[in-house]
Design a protein around this ligand. Sequence first.
Ligand SMILES: NC(=O)c1ccc[n+]([C@@H]2O[C@H](COP(=O)([O-])OP(=O)(O)OC[C@H]3O[C@@H](n4cnc5c(N)ncnc54)[C@H](OP(=O)(O)O)[C@@H]3O)[C@@H](O)[C@H]2O)c1
Length: 353
Amino acid sequence: MPSEGYRVAVVGATGQVGSLMLQLLCERAFPAREVVAFASARSTGRTLAGAGLDGGDLTVRELSEAAVQGFDLALFSAGGATSGAWAPRFVDAGAVVVDNSSRWRMHDDVPLVVAEVNPDALADHHGIIANPNCSTMQMVVALEPLHAAAGIERLVVSTYQAVSGTGRAAVDELLEQSHALLHEREIAAPAAYAHQIAFNALPHAGRFAPGEDHTDEERKLINETRKILGDPAIRVSATCVRVPVVNGHSEAVNVQIRGDLSPERARELLEAAPGVTVLDDPAAALYPLAIEASGKDGVFVGRIRRDPGHEHALDLWIVADNLRKGAATNAVQLAELLHERGLIGPARERAAA
Ligand SMILES: NC(=O)c1ccc[n+]([C@@H]2O[C@H](COP(=O)([O-])OP(=O)(O)OC[C@H]3O[C@@H](n4cnc5c(N)ncnc54)[C@H](OP(=O)(O)O)[C@@H]3O)[C@@H](O)[C@H]2O)c1
């Protein structure tokens, strides 16, 4: 580490995830000497009040060849196109990039890492490290201890995803539609989604590519789960549903085990798992809720029970804050691990070492 701390870029600093990254770098006392905020040209010159390391203001900068020089670390949350264009330029200029978009996740030479699940994969990085999709992230934190103990054969996943997962504009749209409908006014034509999201449930989280019968969100859940758990044999069925929840994704997950695992043993394993909190007393109405997970960093698991339809399967309910553990918290945890393991430094130097 440079003696006075790292120089860190946050790309997408005006967004929901980027602003949380700035906050978490401060709260968790990441050893940075300077943090620089980047966003689109629309935001250049905007002041982010109190977002600096010392509680001072940050001024948003625009990405340019000159502006990306001299960083040790860059945290990206500005969409796939920005990551595709600019993450390699930060790497060429000597930085390590932790990227929140889907742009690099499935590349063979890019580790896809969840801090509690596969931190050792960080050692193989070539400059870019990918932060998984939010629904995958929370699910694998809960599944890894079960997979390690008994092996997962198949997953059947139904998600109930919050609108914050789509970006700030989608949150505004949900609130505007809800307000209009409660006041018996016409709503504007939907923009964030194909249909009205207020008081509705859309079996359409993500995009359908031409000819595809799954959304890209469902494909991410399938492919990223296998990559992170390091087991391409795991079969995954996924239906991703957008629901009118502001923040916090919920998931009903049916887990078919290769061996045998009782619900009691699964509960013990989950209670001991890093990053997991078990909330499981349904008779007392105790189970994870999106509104309670929102604003917290952990993954919450409840409704742990045997599937009466399959002797080797369990059912779980998994909830987390998609902006925190699903995005910003994991990215900052990865930055901390990179620091602790001496993995921040120009790619050229690492390759030569
Ligand atoms: N929301 C989630 O739950 C979640 C979870 C995991 C991963 N992610 C990923 O994180 C990223 C951001 O999500 P978000 O929810 O924070 O979105 P958001 O609130 O809409 O923010 C988007 C950010 O990207 C910036 N940006 C857009 N175009 C840019 C460009 N051409 N150059 C530089 N910056 C640009 C925006 O800057 P302006 O303000 O200037 O427009 C803003 O800072 C996405 O890649 C998303 O897939 C999100």
